[in-house]
Design a protein around this ligand. Structure first.
Ligand code: ADP
Length: 259
């Protein structure tokens, strides 16, 4: 079966024979002959709080020049605008409950129909339920794309120590970490000398509760993708630096399509 290698795919006769053709001019087509994959990718990123999902998303956006679509951001945007959708979802969002599947599915359907998703997109925070996962597969297929699910797997104890080691400056918002990014003077912000605090969200019992909730929601989805999708990448993100984790994600993505 054809392999859509991500990178330096010059059009070749072998590709023509295998059905791979270079995409028309696209944001991924640079002067150096780099050609976008034929099928746009819908990258679904799963990672618990503290797994480094935000950092990996940023690397992926930078590498692939595709938008990151966060359902949480889209929903918060409706609340900020105070429109009908925003009014309808405010209570559930405040309570930390999930918004109705039909509504979220519809928002994602409209969003991925936009032209900036032509070369692919990254889904962040979606799907959250098996019903959303099924709809996601349909939406992605109807968009002519293929899903690649990336699961950042992090050891439970590593997350606890990462997150409970976090400190924030209440004045300027700078984040520190006692292990990976300590301030020059313990407990004091490098930038303005303010004593650092632990965010409510990062207290150990809250972290444990958030992790349990994540696990409860996400495990059935990982099981679903393990059973239905050819393209589930599980990456150990416990120990290596973010750049190294990304290097492995990138290497796997360059090989995974078409398998
Ligand atoms: P967090 O990772 O802290 O939960 P998000 O920004 O992903 O933050 O989500 C914030 C809130 O938005 C969720 O608690 C939920 O109410 C709503 N939400 C986001 N994505 C979805 C989704 N796919 N399905 C249902 N509700 C969602």
């Amino acid at each position: 079966m054809a392999v859509d290698n991500e990178m330096p795919a010059q059009a070749t006769s072998a590709q023509a024979a295998s059905g791979i053709r270079p995409a028309a001019a696209s944001p991924l087509q640079h002067g150096n002959g780099v050609v976008a994959p034929v099928k746009p990718r819908a990258i679904v990123l799963f990672g618990s709080p503290g797994s480094g999902k935000g950092t990996q998303s940023r690397y992926l956006v930078e590498w692939l020049h595709i938008p990151q679509i966060s359902t949480g951001d889209m929903l918060r945007d409706h609340i900020r605008r105070g429109d009908d959708i925003g009014i309808a979802i405010t209570d559930r969002m405040r309570a930390g409950s999930l918004v109705r599947d039909e509504l979220v599915n519809e928002l994602v359907r409209e969003r991925i129909a936009q032209p900036d998703c032509d070369n692919g997109f990254i889904l962040d925070g979606y799907p959250r339920t098996p019903a959303q996962a099924e709809e996601m597969l349909r939406l992605v297929a109807s968009r002519g794309a293929e899903e690649v699910v990336i699961h950042l797997v992090v050891d439970y104890n590593v997350i606890i120590s990462r997150m409970t080691g976090r400190r924030v400056c209440p004045k300027c918002g700078t984040l520190y970490n006692s292990v990976s990014r300590p301030p020059k003077i313990e407990g004091i912000c490098d930038l303005d000398g303010t004593p650092l605090v632990v965010r409510d969200d990062d207290r150990e019992e809250v972290v444990r509760r958030r992790l349990a909730e994540y696990e409860r929601q996400t495990q059935p989805l990982i099981d679903f993708f393990r059973a239905t999708s050819k393209r589930l990448i599980e990456v150990d993100a416990s120990h290596d630096k973010p750049e190294e984790v990304f290097r492995r994600i990138r290497a796997t993505l360059e090989n995974v399509s078409g398998k």
